[in-house]
Ligand binder design. Structure first.
Ligand code: NAD
Length: 249
């Protein structure tokens, strides 16, 4: 059965070809949702939306730009009348060691991952509250839980740990209005963000740390996002769901 029939979903950072956002958009559309793909590059966002089908929208949006985010969300509300689901997926990482993090590195990583999650959430919350229905899914990371990994620096761990705090605080505040907020903590997933950075030896050592013996796929994460965005998770809020092949066992 279609789990999101007739629902409207916004997914940030969903234009990246092999990305988690795009796979999530695909799965949501397959389950009957109409999707807006927001990303930095307008042409890429429009193409990603067109790949899903004619009713879906692609729009340029920098999640760190408060006014820009508000304008895009306002336009979507005008067009659709409502937003049921927000997936805060836009993210960047930088593989730096602690002493190599310059102020501008810290700003960039905190801005996209953490500030962007705040701004996009603030833009949709009044509408969700008014309708007494909404689901927000935030992308955190195993890097937040275990203090880094292969490809994220300490500032990335800090940003993604911040996302967990924000998720729980928003979940608590919005629960009375039937707006659920949850986070996904992906482990090592094979996408563009990770793909370029690895040697075969590194890949082997990563696999050795994963009880299931393989990296995750974008579809593995999308399935969890579908669960958290649908009524299957009707009584789940404020949780962090691990999608990591057992990496933290
Ligand atoms: P990706 O690089 O493939 O996609 C990220 C997208 O975000 C890109 O399309 C990029 O253009 C967009 N983006 C960057 N800055 C933006 C901004 N300011 N405004 C709007 N869009 C912006 O990454 P991915 O691997 O698909 O990761 C998706 C999310 O999952 C990220 O938040 C990432 O940190 C998180 N994550 C990924 C992994 C992994 O192994 N791939 C693991 C844990 C968490």
């Amino acid at each position: 059965t279609a789990l999101l029939q007739g629902q409207f979903a916004v997914i940030t950072g969903a234009a990246s070809k092999r990305g988690l956002g795009k796979a999530t958009a695909r799965l949501f559309a397959d389950h009957g949702a109409t999707v807006a793909i927001l990303d930095l590059d307008e042409a890429a966002a429009k193409q990603a939306a067109a790949d899903l089908g004619p009713q879906h929208l692609g729009m340029a949006c920098n999640v760190t730009d408060l006014q820009g985010v508000q304008q895009v969300i306002d336009r979507l509300i005008e067009e659709w009348g409502r937003i049921d689901i927000l997936v805060n997926n836009a993210g960047i990482t930088q593989p730096l060691k602690i002493m190599d993090i310059a102020p501008q590195n810290y700003d960039a990583v905190l801005d996209v991952n953490l500030r962007g999650t705040l701004y996009c959430s603030q833009a949709v919350i009044p509408h969700m509250r008014a309708r007494k229905q909404g689901r927000i899914v935030n992308l955190s990371s195993v890097s937040a839980q275990r203090g880094g990994g292969i490809f994220g620096g300490p500032h990335y761990s800090a940003a993604k740990a911040g996302v967990l705090g924000l998720t729980k605080a928003m979940a608590r505040e919005l629960a009375p209005d039937n707006v659920r907020v949850n986070a996904i903590c992906p482990g090592f997933i094979a996408t563009d963000i990770t793909g370029g950075l690895l040697t075969p030896e590194m890949l082997d050592s990563i696999k050795a740390g994963i009880p299931m013996g393989r990296p995750g796929t974008a579809e593995d994460v999308a399935g969890c996002a579908l669960f958290l965005a649908s009524d299957l998770s009707a009584y789940v809020t404020g949780s962090e769901v691990d999608v990591n092949g057992g990496s933290l066992i």
